[in-house]
Ligand binder design. Structure first.
Ligand code: ZN
Ligand code: ZN
Length: 490
């Protein structure tokens, strides 16, 4: 029996002046709950309690807004019962409590549900349907479900100022956040930056670090061993990747300078291939090791990229760079680098000033400068990539490869990486203030305070923008000529 049920039961015992349990083998909890709710209603118990405590010392409990996107789940009921118990305890001790409920009525969750309702597949369907109509549908949905949740919460016995809930999509809330953003801007904390973000091509939005945790599943992809011809040398380099679509955006190859490599003559290939010594097992058929070498012998070599004919690749110089993280546990000890397609590649690319080319648009389809791939969804590109490699004599072999791969937590679509320009709140300057403030809080239990401090110490810049339709509008107006940012706020 939960604390809440016990509470209701005790109320009943008092009300009836009799002992329910001893007379009836099966107490009818539902009936009892209704009797208690009716009693509270009839005698205006909540209003009387607030009136009685009105002038007393204040106790402020700030409830985070519940997403008004679906009926309340049992986990919400659980949390709400605990919160209600705390407020009741404080009120019984004479405190004047704050009883304002809130509804989170914006964001992707709402959009995704409305999209499902309308049978939409992606963002383009929303654009075709019309932004205004779509927004109205979103508002209809949150109005409906905030009503449902209110009724459920009352039924649960939660005491709140139900006629006075706040909604995040209202002007009241939006202007308060605009005020906050304006102050952030005055302090120089608002920045726009280019980052590789995990991207859901169906939802058409980036996914935060937080959203990515735990959203992996085992997926089988066709991986490829591809050949990169080395210029001014008599051998080629063997490269392995599990994401063939990213070969389009290759700008470098990385080797580990300390690792052992081998020059191997392979049956059916004119020029010998370089691969990690530990990867010789991947070479098919008849093979002959010509000589061994260290990775540092390869650093600086220039090679022809996989698809040199793509307009986006023209004029780029492709070289082999050193990277200590390269190993030969999987693949062949040579990593193809595409800074526009992955977070690690992006970081490495920055330290070598590599070109950042991002091949896909918001729906995960190749952009115009990608020649034979243009318009094709990245997720369907593999066979066409293999075919083109084959024609150029750059395909060594393909094989099925099962690995743990990130998927969108909302729609389960496989996640891609995209370079995205988004707005951030820089945390470097705010961090010490937040840590100081957290230090003044009495945390219960104490280890939660430690967890909070750890989180603050490790948090990156805060991504506040999403390329979506139904959310808080950002009041940011960069000048098209000089880039100067104006932030409107009250
Ligand atoms: Zn998605
Ligand atoms: Zn200007």
């Amino acid at each position: 029996m939960t604390a809440f049920q016990t509470f209701i039961l005790n109320q009943n015992l008092k009300l009836k002046g009799s002992v329910y349990m001893s007379n009836e083998t099966k107490p009818d909890f539902v009936k009892m709950e209704h009797e208690v709710l009716d009693f509270w209603e009839e005698h205006q118990c909540f209003e009387k309690l607030r009136e009685k405590n009105r002038a007393n010392q204040r106790f402020r409990f700030l409830d985070g807004p519940i997403t008004a996107n679906n009926p309340m789940g049992i986990h919400h009921a659980w949390g709400r019962s605990i919160k209600d118990t705390v407020l009741r305890y404080k009120a019984m001790n004479g405190y004047s409590c704050h009883y304002r409920n809130g509804f989170d009525t914006q964001g992707l969750w709402v959009e995704v549900e409305v999209e499902k309702e309308l049978g939409f597949r992606d963002k383009k369907d929303i654009e075709a349907y019309g932004m205004e109509k779509f927004t109205r549908k979103c508002v209809d949905r949150i109005k409906h479900y905030s009503g449902v949740i209110t009724a459920q919460s009352k039924r649960l016995g939660q005491w709140m100022d139900w006629g006075n809930s706040y909604f995040t999509h209202t002007d009241e809330n939006i202007s308060a956040i605009w005020h906050f953003l304006k102050i952030c801007h005055e302090n120089g904390w608002i920045v726009k930056s280019h980052r590789p973000m995990p991207w859901c091509p169906r939802c058409g939005t980036s996914l935060s670090e937080h959203e990515m945790s735990g959203s992996h599943k085992d997926v089988t992809h066709t991986a490829v061993f591809a050949i990169a011809p080395v210029r001014n040398a008599d051998f080629d380099i063997l490269v392995w990747t599990t994401t063939p679509w990213t070969l389009s955006s290759n700008v470098a190859l990385a080797v580990n300078p300390e690792l052992d490599y081998a020059l191997v003559r392979c049956a059916g290939f004119k020029r010998p291939l370089v691969m990690a010594k530990a990867a010789i097992k991947h070479a098919e058929g008849e093979k002959q090791v010509l000589r061994l070498l260290k990775g540092n012998e390869l650093v600086g070599l220039e090679y022809e990229t996989f698809f040199p004919e793509l307009p986006v690749q023209s004029g780029l110089r492709h070289t082999v760079i050193p990277w200590d993280d390269v190993d030969a546990n999987e693949g062949c000890g040579v990593v193809h680098i595409a800074p526009g397609c992955g977070a690690e590649d992006y970081e490495l690319g920055k330290s070598f000033s590599l070109e950042e080319i991002c091949p896909i648009d918001e729906s995960g389809a190749f952009l115009d400068e990608y020649g034979f791939l243009s318009g094709l969804p990245a997720a369907q590109a593999a066979p066409i990539v293999f075919d083109n490699l084959q024609k150029q004599g750059k395909l060594y072999k393909t094989h099925e490869y099962t690995h743990s791969y990130p998927v969108c937590w909302r729609c389960k679509t496989e996640v891609l990486f995209r370079l995205v320009r988004e707005w951030y709140i820089k945390t470097a300057n705010i961090r010490p203030k937040l840590i100081r403030a957290a230090g003044t809080v009495k945390w219960e239990p104490a280890f939660i305070g430690k967890r909070m401090t750890d989180w603050l110490q490790n948090m990156g810049d805060w991504n506040i923008s999403r390329k979506r339709f139904y959310g808080l509008p950002l009041p940011f107006y960069p000048c098209e000529n000089c880039g100067k940012l104006t932030v409107i706020g009250s």
